[in-house]
Design a protein around this ligand. Sequence first.
Ligand code: UD1
Length: 429
Amino acid sequence: MDRIRIVGGGKLNGTIPISGAKNAALPLMIASLLTPETLILENVPRLSDVRMLKRILGNHGVDVTVNGKRPGDAATDGEVVKLNAAEIVDTTAPYELVSQMRASFWVIGPLIARMGEAKVSLPGGCAIGTRPVDLLIMALERLGVAIDIEGGYVIARAPKGLRGGEIVFPKVTVGGTHTALMAAVLAQGTTLIRNAAREPEVTDLAECLVKMGARIKGIGTSELEIEGVARLGGARHRVLPDRIEAGTYAFATAMAGGDVQLQGVQPHLLQAALDKLAEAGAEVTPNNEGIRIRRNGAGIAPVDMTTEAFPGFPTDLQAQFMALMTRAGGTSRITETIFENRFMHVQELARFGARIRLEGDAAIVEGTETLKGAPVMATDLRASVSLVIAALAAEGETMINRVYHLDRGFEALETKLGACGAAIERIRA
Ligand code: UD1
């Protein structure tokens, strides 16, 4: 298994191009199942989760092709992926595939909507607390789908097609909203989704569905109204920039010190995180091409933070924020409200000498002047990148093991950080 070696202490200076968002690319690719025509997605990040989803979709009969690089294309441009589901050959998503990546469960929405049947394994993915699918199932039931759970599979049937209905989510769920949207667009009649997730990736999916011919009102709000159509067509859509990747490098810059331009990301996608960063003492300057982050001289101030659904502070940046707070000049309290047990990084951060104790759903972080490099282990996608952030500021060498977690969500991490002066290398197994 590959490892990443980092020698900390240097500042970060330069430009980091921000890739297309993984969490948008995945549902957008899944939306290709809704139409026999071709969906063309631009700016798709080169990530192992994307590769895995290509395989999963291939299994259903989706023909996936990737455009080669053309002269003039920037090295950092994402892939142009063409997906064609002219014929769906299999409505089963097997355990071997779905257990590798939770988001692949979402194929259930388009499959049931277009084919009237779907059999999808209960999901796997990052081990961050219990992540049930009860709300996704509830949403489908509200659209007239009969659900059985047998042998670890969710079996969905709607032989006469879906009919619109009212879906009220008792808590905000991104995957629930994606699934409800992808099912409702082909249902007969009108669907109302209340307490819908407002995450930018949900908006990106909704906008792409509209290009495919869907009728959706209230995009970007917590109330979506969908008028079902009989058929969707092809479209071309550019995946929005990855706010989590951008936030990660913003925190990394604040941690290491220096001056970094995050290229191609819009501040409104991650305003809550940028506000916290500014409170912590970094200079945050939005400009025409993205966001510039600087910290030169000033120390890191302790800042309390609570994760929330969008537009609040994203849970996917909680671990990175905690890494930054380990070097703050005082104590901060970080509260996680989205996922229980999303604190696996705490014990790994402790290996650097960080002082963190857990109190229920909160972590109390006592900042310390010096972190020391150590061998650590990546435990999940976002937790692992918090170790990279700590390592950048730690004295001496850090070896990060199990980096396949990083490869699921961060494109060319070592190249991007290396170009800004970080002493980082991948040691191939
Ligand atoms: C998505 C993101 C993930 C992010 C999360 C929250 C992708 C591929 N993943 O995950 O990176 O951390 O949103 O922003 O986009 N819940 C239930 N029942 C359900 C579904 C969810 O109780 O049926 C709970 C979850 O356990 C969690 C909360 O709802 O406590 C939010 O989860 P959800 O928004 O659904 O997360 P994902 O869509 O899985």
